[in-house]
Each structure stands twice: as C-alpha cells, then as structure tokens.
Write a protein that binds this ligand. Structure first.
Ligand code: C5P
Length: 256
C-alpha cells in the first residue's frame, strides 16, 4: 500500500460509518416506558429489544408494577433510568436514593427545587454505594412555560430559573441534569464537558407535541449538547415503536 494511503487511509465505506453512528446514537437514546402495568412494559421492551439499549421507568409504571419491573429489563442487558423525581425532606430523599441505587439502575433523579439541603443529602447518600448510579437533578419540567411559572408564583423566565437551580445543584455536588434542549447549552457551559445532560421534550419534526412545551427535535437537542435524549410518546404511541425508534436513531446519527 502506498505510504500516502497508510497515513491517510481512504475513508471507511458510508455503510460502516452509518453503523457506528447508529451504535453511538443507541447509547444515547432513552425510551420512556410510560405504560400502566408490567405486562405492557414487557411487551413494549421486547418490541424494542433489538433497537434500544436504555429504558426509563417513571412514576406511572413504577407505582403500578413496583421495583420488580426493573430486574427483567436488567437481565436482558438494558440500562435503566429510574425517573421518580424525588422531592421530600432531606432524610427521606437520602433513604429513597439509597433504595433506588440498590435496584441496579444506572441513573436516578431528584427535583432541584427540593433545595440545597435535600440535594446535598441525595448526593451524600451515594457516597457509600459501590458503582453508584448517575444522580441527576430535574431543573424545570419541560411541560412548564412562562405562563405556568407565573401561575406557580415564579417571577422568572424558564431560562433564568433553570440557571439558578443548576448553580444550586453544582454547589451541592450534583453535576448531572434533566433539562429541556433550550437550556442544554447554558448547562453545558456551567457544568462542563463531562456533565451528564438528559433531555426530554423531544419531538421529531411533525410529531404530536402533547403536553410538552419546551421541545426540540432529536438533532437539535444533540447539537445543543445533550448527552442523552428521553423519548416517550413519539415511540411508544407509534403504530410500530421499533420503526419509530429506528427513525429517531437515524436522525440522531446524522447529528452526531
Ligand atoms: O411522551 P414524552 O416524550 O413527552 O415523554 C417524556 C418523558 O420524560 C415522560 O416520561 C416525562 O415524565 C419525562 N420528563 C419530562 N420532563 C422532565 C423530566 C422528565 O418530560 N423535565
């Protein structure tokens, strides 16, 4: 082989590049298993088995099916984000964080609005845990807009509120966040390149917005600096969830 080719090998075939970009996208897509019971979760997970690595177990499923819903997903090799958004007194949240960590999940979260003492207690609860899950703070729900904030007595823009909460979390030692795509760039600048930023409110162009307000397409969210995207209804309510997930992975791959 000529030395020029050894130094500058011809670029890999397009199909190979596409495969590796899809594999990277797969590591960064979290599908919200927002279903009412364990059998529905198992059915959806098996439809998505070959397409998706990550699942999010949230309030609807966890309240109905309990912690037992997590083990079969872990056994099939999936990674789990337990999205229970703890918000209580520090002692209770610390205990809940320890209980959640013992389930073998890879991410869990608390509400940033719980305040500095609650955030510090949640953080400290993981100090004695071997291979602790990533602890994330929910800044502002992506369903909140300025009108919702004013109605809740919050006299700030969503962007200013998110920044204030993020600074409080960083001081309490929490560097991972759940935020809308609109705040990702600010949080990336505040929290640094290694911070885990998880973005719900993802809507592929043309899909139903539902109750979400601060939305972005998969490509926009990644370009803003999101580490992971959370997608629920655009996949789970699609006639063919695996096909919908595949289409989103392709859009993500193009942006990576
Ligand atoms: O169906 P959809 O894609 O809107 O689902 C978004 C998921 O992300 C839901 O499970 C919701 O609870 C969760 N989530 C959110 N906004 C946050 C945190 C979590 O929408 N700030």
């Amino acid at each position: 082989m000529p030395i020029s080719e050894l130094l500058n090998p011809p670029s890999a075939p397009a199909s190979h590049l596409a495969t590796s970009a899809i594999a990277e996208a797969r590591k960064r897509l979290i599908v919200a298993l927002d279903v009412p019971d364990a059998p529905s979760a198992a059915a959806l997970a098996s439809q998505l088995e070959d397409t998706c690595q990550w699942f999010k177990v949230g309030l609807e499923l966890f309240v109905a099916a309990g912690p037992a819903v997590i083990e079969p997903l872990l056994k099939r090799g999936h990674s789990i984000f337990l999205d229970l958004k703890f918000h209580d007194i520090p002692n209770t949240v610390a205990a809940a964080v320890r209980s959640a960590a013992s389930l073998g999940v890879s991410m869990l979260n608390v509400h940033a609005a719980g305040g500095p003492a609650m955030l510090a207690a949640a953080r400290a609860a993981l100090d004695s845990v071997k291979d602790p899950p990533e602890l994330l703070a929910v800044t502002m729900l992506t369903s909140m807009d300025t009108a919702q904030m004013i109605a809740s007595g919050l006299d700030r823009s969503p962007a200013a509120q998110v920044e204030m909460l993020a600074r409080m979390c960083l001081e309490a030692g929490i560097r991972g966040f759940v935020c809308s795509a609109q705040e990702v760039a600010t949080l990336r600048a505040l929290a640094g390149p290694d911070a885990v930023l998880v973005t719900p409110g993802i809507r592929p162009a043309g899909s139903d917005v539902g109750d979400q307000k601060r939305i972005a397409t998969p490509a926009e969210a990644l370009r803003q600096g999101a580490s992971y995207l959370v997608v629920g209804r655009p996949i789970t309510q699609a006639p063919d969830p695996a096909e919908a997930a595949d289409a989103i992975l392709k859009q993500m791959a193009e942006a990576l």
